[in-house]
Design a protein around this ligand. Structure first.
Ligand SMILES: C[S@@+](CC[C@H](N)C(=O)[O-])C[C@H]1O[C@@H](n2cnc3c(N)ncnc32)[C@H](O)[C@@H]1O
Length: 428
Protein backbone atom coordinates (compact mmCIF):
# COMPACT_ATOMS: atom_id res chain seq x y z
CA UNK A 1 0.00 0.00 0.00
CA UNK A 2 2.77 2.40 1.06
CA UNK A 3 4.68 1.47 -2.11
CA UNK A 4 1.56 2.20 -4.19
CA UNK A 5 1.14 5.62 -2.58
CA UNK A 6 4.78 6.46 -3.26
CA UNK A 7 4.65 5.27 -6.84
CA UNK A 8 1.51 7.31 -7.45
CA UNK A 9 3.18 10.39 -6.07
CA UNK A 10 6.44 10.12 -7.96
CA UNK A 11 5.20 11.21 -11.42
CA UNK A 12 3.39 14.17 -9.87
CA UNK A 13 6.61 15.26 -8.20
CA UNK A 14 8.54 15.01 -11.48
CA UNK A 15 5.94 16.88 -13.47
CA UNK A 16 6.05 19.67 -10.90
CA UNK A 17 9.83 19.97 -11.23
CA UNK A 18 10.12 19.34 -14.96
CA UNK A 19 11.49 16.27 -16.80
CA UNK A 20 15.20 17.04 -16.54
CA UNK A 21 16.98 13.67 -16.23
CA UNK A 22 20.59 14.64 -15.26
CA UNK A 23 22.09 13.70 -11.90
CA UNK A 24 22.46 17.28 -10.70
CA UNK A 25 18.78 18.08 -11.17
CA UNK A 26 17.89 14.77 -9.39
CA UNK A 27 19.90 15.96 -6.39
CA UNK A 28 18.22 19.33 -6.53
CA UNK A 29 14.82 17.73 -6.55
CA UNK A 30 15.77 15.65 -3.55
CA UNK A 31 16.97 18.70 -1.65
CA UNK A 32 13.81 20.62 -2.35
CA UNK A 33 11.74 17.58 -1.33
CA UNK A 34 13.73 17.29 1.94
CA UNK A 35 13.27 20.97 2.68
CA UNK A 36 9.56 20.77 2.03
CA UNK A 37 9.29 17.64 4.20
CA UNK A 38 11.06 19.42 7.09
CA UNK A 39 8.74 22.42 6.77
CA UNK A 40 5.74 20.13 6.74
CA UNK A 41 6.98 18.19 9.78
CA UNK A 42 7.37 21.45 11.68
CA UNK A 43 3.75 22.32 10.86
CA UNK A 44 2.42 18.99 12.17
CA UNK A 45 4.80 18.76 15.13
CA UNK A 46 1.99 18.08 17.58
CA UNK A 47 1.24 14.80 15.74
CA UNK A 48 4.80 13.50 16.07
CA UNK A 49 4.18 10.92 18.86
CA UNK A 50 1.31 9.37 16.84
CA UNK A 51 3.43 9.24 13.68
CA UNK A 52 6.30 7.60 15.56
CA UNK A 53 3.95 5.02 17.06
CA UNK A 54 2.47 4.33 13.61
CA UNK A 55 5.94 3.89 12.09
CA UNK A 56 6.97 1.56 14.92
CA UNK A 57 3.85 -0.63 14.41
CA UNK A 58 4.40 -0.67 10.65
CA UNK A 59 8.03 -1.81 10.98
CA UNK A 60 7.11 -4.38 13.63
CA UNK A 61 4.33 -5.86 11.48
CA UNK A 62 6.63 -6.08 8.45
CA UNK A 63 9.24 -8.07 10.34
CA UNK A 64 7.02 -10.29 12.51
CA UNK A 65 7.09 -14.00 11.37
CA UNK A 66 3.33 -14.12 10.83
CA UNK A 67 3.22 -11.23 8.41
CA UNK A 68 6.33 -12.50 6.60
CA UNK A 69 4.37 -15.61 5.62
CA UNK A 70 1.51 -13.53 4.35
CA UNK A 71 3.85 -11.31 2.39
CA UNK A 72 5.69 -14.27 0.92
CA UNK A 73 2.66 -16.21 -0.24
CA UNK A 74 0.61 -13.30 -1.48
CA UNK A 75 2.18 -12.98 -4.91
CA UNK A 76 2.56 -15.75 -7.46
CA UNK A 77 6.20 -15.13 -8.39
CA UNK A 78 8.86 -17.84 -8.55
CA UNK A 79 11.17 -15.57 -6.59
CA UNK A 80 8.64 -15.12 -3.82
CA UNK A 81 8.10 -18.88 -3.77
CA UNK A 82 11.80 -19.38 -3.10
CA UNK A 83 11.52 -16.78 -0.37
CA UNK A 84 8.60 -18.79 0.98
CA UNK A 85 10.98 -21.74 1.35
CA UNK A 86 13.38 -19.85 3.56
CA UNK A 87 14.66 -22.43 6.04
CA UNK A 88 12.61 -21.27 9.05
CA UNK A 89 9.35 -21.51 7.08
CA UNK A 90 9.94 -25.08 5.93
CA UNK A 91 9.03 -27.04 9.03
CA UNK A 92 5.62 -25.48 9.33
CA UNK A 93 4.69 -25.93 5.67
CA UNK A 94 4.12 -29.68 5.62
CA UNK A 95 0.80 -30.61 7.13
CA UNK A 96 0.00 -26.93 7.78
CA UNK A 97 -3.69 -27.34 6.82
CA UNK A 98 -3.92 -30.81 8.36
CA UNK A 99 -3.32 -34.28 6.95
CA UNK A 100 -6.25 -36.61 7.57
CA UNK A 101 -5.63 -40.35 7.71
CA UNK A 102 -7.62 -43.55 8.14
CA UNK A 103 -7.64 -45.19 11.55
CA UNK A 104 -6.93 -48.90 11.57
CA UNK A 105 -8.68 -51.48 13.73
CA UNK A 106 -5.84 -52.06 16.18
CA UNK A 107 -3.65 -49.03 15.48
CA UNK A 108 -1.04 -51.11 13.63
CA UNK A 109 1.33 -49.55 11.14
CA UNK A 110 3.89 -50.78 8.59
CA UNK A 111 7.13 -52.58 9.49
CA UNK A 112 9.40 -50.40 7.39
CA UNK A 113 11.04 -47.24 8.67
CA UNK A 114 12.14 -44.02 6.99
CA UNK A 115 15.69 -45.42 7.06
CA UNK A 116 14.51 -48.40 4.98
CA UNK A 117 12.78 -46.02 2.58
CA UNK A 118 15.89 -43.86 2.14
CA UNK A 119 18.01 -46.95 1.50
CA UNK A 120 15.41 -48.09 -1.03
CA UNK A 121 15.45 -44.69 -2.73
CA UNK A 122 19.19 -44.90 -3.32
CA UNK A 123 18.72 -48.29 -4.95
CA UNK A 124 15.68 -47.29 -6.99
CA UNK A 125 16.98 -44.11 -8.67
CA UNK A 126 19.35 -45.97 -11.10
CA UNK A 127 16.61 -48.52 -11.81
CA UNK A 128 14.13 -45.74 -12.62
CA UNK A 129 16.63 -44.19 -15.01
CA UNK A 130 16.37 -47.32 -17.17
CA UNK A 131 12.55 -47.11 -17.51
CA UNK A 132 11.32 -47.78 -21.04
CA UNK A 133 8.66 -45.03 -20.96
CA UNK A 134 10.56 -41.84 -20.20
CA UNK A 135 7.62 -39.47 -20.49
CA UNK A 136 4.73 -41.20 -18.72
CA UNK A 137 2.20 -38.39 -18.94
CA UNK A 138 -1.16 -39.49 -17.42
CA UNK A 139 0.64 -42.35 -15.65
CA UNK A 140 2.83 -42.63 -12.57
CA UNK A 141 5.72 -40.28 -11.90
CA UNK A 142 8.74 -40.88 -9.71
CA UNK A 143 7.23 -40.75 -6.21
CA UNK A 144 4.60 -43.38 -6.82
CA UNK A 145 6.89 -45.56 -8.96
CA UNK A 146 9.26 -45.67 -6.02
CA UNK A 147 6.42 -46.37 -3.58
CA UNK A 148 5.03 -49.25 -5.61
CA UNK A 149 8.48 -50.76 -6.17
CA UNK A 150 9.36 -50.48 -2.48
CA UNK A 151 6.09 -51.99 -1.22
CA UNK A 152 6.18 -54.88 -3.72
CA UNK A 153 9.81 -55.63 -2.91
CA UNK A 154 9.17 -55.53 0.83
CA UNK A 155 6.06 -57.74 0.76
CA UNK A 156 7.47 -60.24 -1.77
CA UNK A 157 4.07 -61.41 -3.06
CA UNK A 158 3.69 -64.64 -5.07
CA UNK A 159 1.34 -62.86 -7.47
CA UNK A 160 0.92 -59.20 -8.41
CA UNK A 161 -2.34 -57.96 -9.85
CA UNK A 162 -2.80 -54.56 -11.41
CA UNK A 163 -5.96 -52.83 -12.50
CA UNK A 164 -5.20 -50.00 -14.95
CA UNK A 165 -1.95 -50.41 -16.91
CA UNK A 166 -2.10 -47.71 -19.61
CA UNK A 167 1.21 -48.05 -21.55
CA UNK A 168 2.62 -50.50 -19.01
CA UNK A 169 4.85 -48.34 -16.79
CA UNK A 170 3.41 -49.73 -13.56
CA UNK A 171 3.76 -53.29 -14.93
CA UNK A 172 7.43 -52.51 -15.53
CA UNK A 173 7.80 -51.18 -11.95
CA UNK A 174 6.24 -54.34 -10.50
CA UNK A 175 8.60 -56.41 -12.65
CA UNK A 176 11.65 -54.54 -11.30
CA UNK A 177 10.51 -55.31 -7.75
CA UNK A 178 9.85 -59.02 -8.33
CA UNK A 179 11.73 -60.28 -11.41
CA UNK A 180 10.39 -63.86 -11.29
CA UNK A 181 6.81 -63.58 -10.07
CA UNK A 182 3.75 -63.58 -12.31
CA UNK A 183 1.64 -60.50 -12.94
CA UNK A 184 -2.02 -60.30 -13.93
CA UNK A 185 -3.11 -57.06 -15.57
CA UNK A 186 -6.69 -55.82 -16.10
CA UNK A 187 -6.80 -52.91 -18.50
CA UNK A 188 -9.26 -52.12 -21.31
CA UNK A 189 -6.61 -51.35 -23.95
CA UNK A 190 -3.65 -53.72 -24.30
CA UNK A 191 -0.32 -51.88 -23.74
CA UNK A 192 1.00 -53.45 -26.98
CA UNK A 193 -1.38 -51.13 -28.86
CA UNK A 194 0.65 -48.14 -27.63
CA UNK A 195 3.86 -49.72 -28.98
CA UNK A 196 2.83 -48.72 -32.50
CA UNK A 197 2.99 -45.04 -31.59
CA UNK A 198 5.91 -44.91 -29.17
CA UNK A 199 7.39 -46.41 -26.04
CA UNK A 200 5.31 -48.92 -24.04
CA UNK A 201 6.05 -52.00 -21.95
CA UNK A 202 4.64 -55.49 -22.46
CA UNK A 203 5.69 -58.09 -19.91
CA UNK A 204 6.53 -61.67 -20.84
CA UNK A 205 5.27 -63.17 -17.57
CA UNK A 206 2.02 -61.20 -17.38
CA UNK A 207 -1.49 -62.45 -18.15
CA UNK A 208 -3.35 -59.57 -19.76
CA UNK A 209 -7.11 -59.24 -19.47
CA UNK A 210 -7.23 -56.53 -22.11
CA UNK A 211 -8.96 -55.66 -25.36
CA UNK A 212 -11.72 -58.18 -26.06
CA UNK A 213 -10.57 -60.20 -22.99
CA UNK A 214 -10.96 -57.25 -20.63
CA UNK A 215 -12.88 -57.96 -17.42
CA UNK A 216 -13.46 -55.42 -14.68
CA UNK A 217 -11.84 -56.29 -11.33
CA UNK A 218 -15.31 -56.57 -9.78
CA UNK A 219 -16.41 -59.29 -12.22
CA UNK A 220 -13.34 -61.56 -12.23
CA UNK A 221 -13.64 -65.29 -11.58
CA UNK A 222 -10.93 -65.29 -8.92
CA UNK A 223 -11.09 -69.03 -8.29
CA UNK A 224 -9.98 -69.66 -11.85
CA UNK A 225 -7.28 -66.92 -11.89
CA UNK A 226 -5.78 -68.09 -8.57
CA UNK A 227 -5.79 -71.72 -9.67
CA UNK A 228 -4.08 -70.89 -12.94
CA UNK A 229 -1.25 -69.21 -11.02
CA UNK A 230 -1.04 -71.88 -8.32
CA UNK A 231 -2.09 -69.45 -5.55
CA UNK A 232 -3.84 -70.98 -2.56
CA UNK A 233 -3.39 -68.10 -0.11
CA UNK A 234 -4.86 -64.72 -1.11
CA UNK A 235 -2.65 -63.18 1.57
CA UNK A 236 0.30 -63.78 -0.77
CA UNK A 237 -1.16 -61.50 -3.47
CA UNK A 238 -0.55 -57.77 -3.92
CA UNK A 239 -3.24 -55.75 -5.70
CA UNK A 240 -2.39 -52.44 -7.34
CA UNK A 241 -5.25 -50.14 -8.35
CA UNK A 242 -4.63 -47.34 -10.84
CA UNK A 243 -7.98 -47.52 -12.62
CA UNK A 244 -9.69 -44.37 -11.29
CA UNK A 245 -12.61 -46.27 -9.81
CA UNK A 246 -14.39 -45.48 -6.54
CA UNK A 247 -11.98 -46.87 -3.92
CA UNK A 248 -14.79 -47.85 -1.56
CA UNK A 249 -16.17 -50.04 -4.32
CA UNK A 250 -12.72 -51.55 -4.97
CA UNK A 251 -12.11 -52.10 -1.25
CA UNK A 252 -15.36 -54.08 -0.93
CA UNK A 253 -14.59 -56.13 -4.06
CA UNK A 254 -11.07 -56.94 -2.82
CA UNK A 255 -12.40 -57.88 0.62
CA UNK A 256 -15.00 -60.19 -0.92
CA UNK A 257 -12.28 -61.93 -2.96
CA UNK A 258 -10.20 -62.39 0.23
CA UNK A 259 -7.28 -60.13 -0.75
CA UNK A 260 -5.44 -58.37 2.06
CA UNK A 261 -2.72 -56.19 0.51
CA UNK A 262 -3.84 -53.29 -1.64
CA UNK A 263 -2.15 -50.22 -3.09
CA UNK A 264 -4.22 -47.31 -4.42
CA UNK A 265 -2.24 -45.04 -6.71
CA UNK A 266 -4.46 -41.95 -6.79
CA UNK A 267 -5.52 -41.39 -3.21
CA UNK A 268 -6.99 -38.00 -4.03
CA UNK A 269 -7.42 -35.32 -1.44
CA UNK A 270 -10.85 -33.93 -0.59
CA UNK A 271 -12.20 -31.64 -3.30
CA UNK A 272 -9.95 -33.09 -6.01
CA UNK A 273 -9.82 -36.02 -8.41
CA UNK A 274 -12.16 -38.16 -10.46
CA UNK A 275 -13.00 -40.90 -7.97
CA UNK A 276 -13.93 -41.27 -4.29
CA UNK A 277 -10.70 -42.10 -2.45
CA UNK A 278 -9.73 -43.45 0.96
CA UNK A 279 -8.18 -40.07 1.81
CA UNK A 280 -11.52 -38.42 1.06
CA UNK A 281 -13.47 -41.07 2.99
CA UNK A 282 -11.34 -40.63 6.11
CA UNK A 283 -11.44 -36.84 5.99
CA UNK A 284 -13.75 -36.53 8.99
CA UNK A 285 -14.16 -34.06 11.84
CA UNK A 286 -13.18 -36.63 14.45
CA UNK A 287 -9.78 -37.20 12.75
CA UNK A 288 -6.95 -34.79 13.49
CA UNK A 289 -6.40 -32.77 10.31
CA UNK A 290 -9.83 -33.77 8.99
CA UNK A 291 -13.15 -31.97 8.43
CA UNK A 292 -13.59 -28.58 6.79
CA UNK A 293 -15.16 -25.22 7.26
CA UNK A 294 -17.17 -23.63 4.46
CA UNK A 295 -17.61 -20.28 6.24
CA UNK A 296 -16.31 -17.51 3.99
CA UNK A 297 -14.62 -15.77 6.92
CA UNK A 298 -12.99 -18.83 8.43
CA UNK A 299 -9.24 -19.22 8.94
CA UNK A 300 -9.36 -22.19 6.58
CA UNK A 301 -10.94 -20.09 3.81
CA UNK A 302 -8.21 -17.47 4.22
CA UNK A 303 -5.36 -20.00 4.26
CA UNK A 304 -6.80 -21.91 1.30
CA UNK A 305 -7.14 -18.73 -0.74
CA UNK A 306 -3.43 -18.04 -0.28
CA UNK A 307 -2.28 -21.61 -0.96
CA UNK A 308 -4.40 -21.87 -4.08
CA UNK A 309 -2.14 -19.28 -5.70
CA UNK A 310 0.90 -21.48 -5.18
CA UNK A 311 -0.09 -25.06 -5.73
CA UNK A 312 -2.02 -26.24 -8.77
CA UNK A 313 -3.97 -28.90 -6.88
CA UNK A 314 -4.73 -26.78 -3.83
CA UNK A 315 -8.41 -25.88 -3.74
CA UNK A 316 -9.85 -22.71 -2.29
CA UNK A 317 -13.12 -22.50 -0.36
CA UNK A 318 -15.27 -21.98 -3.47
CA UNK A 319 -13.85 -25.11 -5.12
CA UNK A 320 -14.00 -27.15 -1.93
CA UNK A 321 -17.57 -26.38 -0.97
CA UNK A 322 -20.58 -27.42 -3.01
CA UNK A 323 -24.26 -26.64 -2.47
CA UNK A 324 -25.26 -26.19 1.20
CA UNK A 325 -21.65 -26.33 2.32
CA UNK A 326 -21.09 -29.92 1.18
CA UNK A 327 -17.29 -30.36 1.19
CA UNK A 328 -16.93 -34.18 1.50
CA UNK A 329 -15.72 -36.24 -1.47
CA UNK A 330 -15.73 -33.63 -4.21
CA UNK A 331 -18.29 -30.93 -3.32
CA UNK A 332 -20.50 -33.52 -1.65
CA UNK A 333 -20.20 -36.04 -4.50
CA UNK A 334 -18.92 -39.58 -4.55
CA UNK A 335 -17.18 -39.81 -7.92
CA UNK A 336 -16.49 -43.01 -9.84
CA UNK A 337 -14.95 -44.21 -13.10
CA UNK A 338 -12.98 -41.12 -14.14
CA UNK A 339 -15.94 -39.01 -12.96
CA UNK A 340 -18.18 -40.56 -15.61
CA UNK A 341 -20.43 -41.27 -12.68
CA UNK A 342 -20.97 -38.99 -9.69
CA UNK A 343 -23.55 -39.25 -6.98
CA UNK A 344 -24.40 -36.70 -4.32
CA UNK A 345 -24.11 -38.30 -0.88
CA UNK A 346 -25.20 -36.97 2.48
CA UNK A 347 -22.73 -36.26 5.25
CA UNK A 348 -24.25 -39.16 7.21
CA UNK A 349 -23.49 -41.51 4.31
CA UNK A 350 -19.95 -40.15 4.06
CA UNK A 351 -19.50 -40.65 7.80
CA UNK A 352 -20.81 -44.22 7.62
CA UNK A 353 -18.40 -44.96 4.76
CA UNK A 354 -15.48 -43.99 6.97
CA UNK A 355 -16.75 -46.17 9.82
CA UNK A 356 -16.97 -49.08 7.42
CA UNK A 357 -13.44 -48.47 6.10
CA UNK A 358 -12.08 -48.29 9.66
CA UNK A 359 -13.78 -51.59 10.46
CA UNK A 360 -11.80 -53.44 7.78
CA UNK A 361 -8.44 -51.66 7.97
CA UNK A 362 -5.48 -53.34 9.62
CA UNK A 363 -2.95 -50.86 8.24
CA UNK A 364 -3.23 -47.51 6.43
CA UNK A 365 0.05 -46.04 5.20
CA UNK A 366 0.38 -43.04 2.90
CA UNK A 367 3.63 -42.90 0.98
CA UNK A 368 5.40 -39.62 1.87
CA UNK A 369 6.59 -37.47 -1.03
CA UNK A 370 10.21 -38.37 -1.79
CA UNK A 371 11.50 -34.83 -1.32
CA UNK A 372 10.36 -31.33 -0.44
CA UNK A 373 9.23 -28.91 -3.17
CA UNK A 374 12.23 -26.61 -2.83
CA UNK A 375 14.34 -29.61 -3.95
CA UNK A 376 12.06 -31.16 -6.56
CA UNK A 377 10.55 -27.86 -7.77
CA UNK A 378 7.17 -29.56 -7.99
CA UNK A 379 4.29 -27.09 -8.09
CA UNK A 380 1.24 -29.38 -8.12
CA UNK A 381 0.44 -30.88 -4.74
CA UNK A 382 0.09 -28.67 -1.69
CA UNK A 383 2.60 -29.75 0.96
CA UNK A 384 0.14 -28.51 3.55
CA UNK A 385 -1.96 -31.61 2.86
CA UNK A 386 0.91 -34.11 2.64
CA UNK A 387 3.11 -36.14 4.94
CA UNK A 388 6.59 -34.86 5.69
CA UNK A 389 8.81 -35.88 2.74
CA UNK A 390 11.57 -38.45 3.00
CA UNK A 391 14.17 -35.86 2.04
CA UNK A 392 13.10 -32.67 3.73
CA UNK A 393 13.52 -29.20 2.25
CA UNK A 394 16.97 -27.83 2.91
CA UNK A 395 18.69 -31.25 2.65
CA UNK A 396 20.16 -30.73 -0.78
CA UNK A 397 23.25 -32.81 0.04
CA UNK A 398 21.12 -35.90 0.71
CA UNK A 399 18.94 -35.18 -2.34
CA UNK A 400 22.08 -35.11 -4.47
CA UNK A 401 23.68 -38.18 -2.83
CA UNK A 402 20.56 -40.21 -3.56
CA UNK A 403 20.92 -39.35 -7.25
CA UNK A 404 17.67 -37.38 -7.33
CA UNK A 405 19.30 -34.34 -8.97
CA UNK A 406 19.77 -36.45 -12.11
CA UNK A 407 15.98 -36.67 -12.68
CA UNK A 408 13.95 -34.04 -14.54
CA UNK A 409 11.66 -31.89 -12.39
CA UNK A 410 8.55 -33.06 -14.23
CA UNK A 411 8.79 -36.60 -12.78
CA UNK A 412 8.07 -35.19 -9.30
CA UNK A 413 4.78 -33.59 -10.30
CA UNK A 414 2.48 -36.61 -9.95
CA UNK A 415 2.22 -37.17 -6.20
CA UNK A 416 -1.33 -37.93 -5.03
CA UNK A 417 -0.85 -39.62 -1.63
CA UNK A 418 -0.44 -43.21 -2.88
CA UNK A 419 -1.60 -45.50 -0.09
CA UNK A 420 -0.89 -49.05 1.01
CA UNK A 421 -3.64 -50.73 3.03
CA UNK A 422 -3.95 -54.09 4.69
CA UNK A 423 -7.50 -55.26 5.16
CA UNK A 424 -9.47 -58.05 6.81
CA UNK A 425 -13.12 -58.84 7.53
CA UNK A 426 -14.82 -56.59 10.14
CA UNK A 427 -14.51 -57.99 13.66
CA UNK A 428 -11.31 -59.95 12.95
C1 LIG B 1 -3.87 -43.56 -15.11
S1 LIG B 1 -3.92 -44.84 -16.22
C2 LIG B 1 -2.86 -46.03 -15.51
C3 LIG B 1 -1.43 -45.63 -15.49
C4 LIG B 1 -0.44 -46.75 -15.27
N1 LIG B 1 -0.71 -47.49 -14.08
C5 LIG B 1 0.95 -46.19 -15.25
O1 LIG B 1 1.59 -46.23 -14.21
O2 LIG B 1 1.42 -45.67 -16.24
C6 LIG B 1 -5.51 -45.50 -15.97
C7 LIG B 1 -5.78 -46.73 -16.77
O3 LIG B 1 -6.97 -47.35 -16.28
C8 LIG B 1 -7.63 -47.94 -17.38
N2 LIG B 1 -9.02 -48.28 -17.00
C9 LIG B 1 -10.15 -47.61 -17.24
N3 LIG B 1 -11.20 -48.28 -16.70
C10 LIG B 1 -10.69 -49.38 -16.11
C11 LIG B 1 -11.26 -50.46 -15.39
N4 LIG B 1 -12.55 -50.53 -15.12
N5 LIG B 1 -10.43 -51.41 -14.92
C12 LIG B 1 -9.10 -51.36 -15.16
N6 LIG B 1 -8.51 -50.35 -15.82
C13 LIG B 1 -9.30 -49.38 -16.29
C14 LIG B 1 -7.47 -46.91 -18.47
O4 LIG B 1 -7.71 -47.46 -19.72
C15 LIG B 1 -6.01 -46.50 -18.25
O5 LIG B 1 -5.15 -47.34 -18.98
Amino acid sequence: MLERVLSLRRPAQYSEEGDDEDDESKTRKNISFAVRTTQYMNKIGFLRPCILLFLFLLIFSLFSPHSRNLVCISSYQPSSRMNFFSIDALDSDFGYLGVPWCRSKHGRTVEWTSKDLLKGLEEFVPIYETRPIKNNMYGMGFDHSFGLWFIARWLKPDLMIESGAFKGHSTWVLRQAMPDKPIVSFTPRHPEKYLRKGPAYVDGNCTYFAGKDFVDFGSVNWGSVMKKHGITDANRVLIFFDDHQNELKRLKQALKAGFRHLVFEDNYDTGTGDHYSLRQICDQFYIRGGGHSCFPDSDEARIRMQRNKFWEKAVDREELCGPDGAWWGVRGQMRDDFNHSNKAISYVEHFQNSRFVESVLDVYWELPPVAGPSLTHQTRYDPARAQTPLVEDGRFGLFQRLGLTRLENSVFNGYTQMVYVQISEPGS
